[in-house]
Design a protein around this ligand. Structure first.
Ligand SMILES: Nc1ncnc2c1ncn2[C@@H]1O[C@H](COP(=O)(O)OP(=O)(O)OP(=O)(O)O)[C@@H](O)[C@H]1O
Length: 291
């Protein structure tokens, strides 16, 4: 017998451009087979935080299932005040960075069993400029590409590539950064600085071999040069990354700043051009149901 009864499923109907009815059906089937209660909240893209807050207050779920991308998991995680409610994940967005790092690429029946199961991982979240980051945030060239991509009207990978060219030509990288970490201040020239718990970007590029979700730390990844062969290396299985290309520092808190405004992104969403990024491990861990 499950030790919980009230399940809340949060479905983003538009994420990843995919229909979610087969997922909903599978969850309904397994939930009724176990005599659990189910409530479904469909996101609208407007006032979801406020509306979902009320649903959680009233329904008092003991398990929450996220059907969407990283944005949907984040919506849920930001509303939880402790790590008592486990979150089950269906990677159903265009960006599923967290699920990819947790080995959740499976069929609906298996994902439902995992989501309703009793095996969990408590993961660290990073608060970056006071916003929750589940995956990777960065300042510099990658965020500039995301900014361009979101402002452009060409969707998909080809669009990303086409948008990239003017950014690379226009951009005045490398940028000059100062970084406060562990009571020291260091100065670095870099094309981008990422803050990450995850091992890899959603594209599969493994940039953070030391990244662990449960070690109470995150990594600051300082990419010193725009080196295409080295970037391609990061897509291979056992990556050997050259220190002249990438310097990695583990931290629990950091402040990164630059003299001028530089594009900044959190979990794939452009968040403006900024001069300063602060990051710290959130005091609240997130409990994820895992295989
Ligand atoms: N019904 C809806 N209509 C339009 N937008 C929505 C709707 N529901 C949620 N959204 C938006 O979807 C985004 C979250 O998407 P999510 O991360 O779940 O999937 P995604 O496919 O990876 O999304 P994206 O491609 O935008 O990163 C949020 O910006 C949210 O406001």
């Amino acid at each position: 017998m499950a030790e919980f009864s009230r399940v809340l499923m949060v479905v983003n109907p538009i994420s990843g451009g995919k229909d979610k009815s087969d997922i909903v059906e599978e969850v309904e089937k397994q939930v009724s087979g176990r005599n659990l209660e189910l409530e479904i909240y469909y996101t609208s893209g407007k006032w979801d935080k406020e509306a979902l807050f009320s649903v959680i207050e009233e329904y008092d779920p003991q398990r929450i299932i996220s059907v969407g991308g990283d944005g949907t998991i984040k919506l849920i995680a930001e509303l939880l005040t402790d790590d008592s409610i486990p979150i089950g994940i269906f990677p159903a967005g265009s960006a599923n960075g967290l699920a990819e790092n947790l080995n959740l690429d499976r069929n609906n029946a298996e994902l439902t069993r995992i989501a309703l199961g009793e095996k969990f991982k408590l993961i660290d979240a990073i608060l970056i400029n006071d916003e929750l980051c589940l995956h990777i945030s960065d300042i510099g060239l990658n965020a500039a590409l995301i900014k361009n991509y979101q402002e452009g009207n060409i969707r998909g990978k080809l669009g990303y590539l086409i948008q990239s060219i003017p950014t690379l030509i226009k951009s005045d990288f490398p940028f000059q950064f100062n970084i406060e970490v562990d009571g020291k201040e260091i100065s670095r020239k870099a094309v981008l600085i990422a803050v990450a718990n995850a091992k890899k970007y959603g594209t599969g590029s493994k940039i953070n071999p030391n990244g662990r979700y449960d070690d109470g730390k995150f990594e600051i990844l300082i990419f010193k040069e725009f080196n295409i062969p080295q970037i391609l290396q990061t897509f291979r299985e056992n990556v050997e990354i050259d220190e002249d290309f990438l310097e990695i520092i583990s931290a629990v808190e950091t402040r990164i700043y630059s003299q001028k405004n530089i594009p900044f992104q959190i979990d794939g969403e452009y968040r403006g051009d900024v001069k300063e990024v602060t990051a710290r491990i959130s005091p609240i861990k997130i409990k994820i149901a895992v295989p």
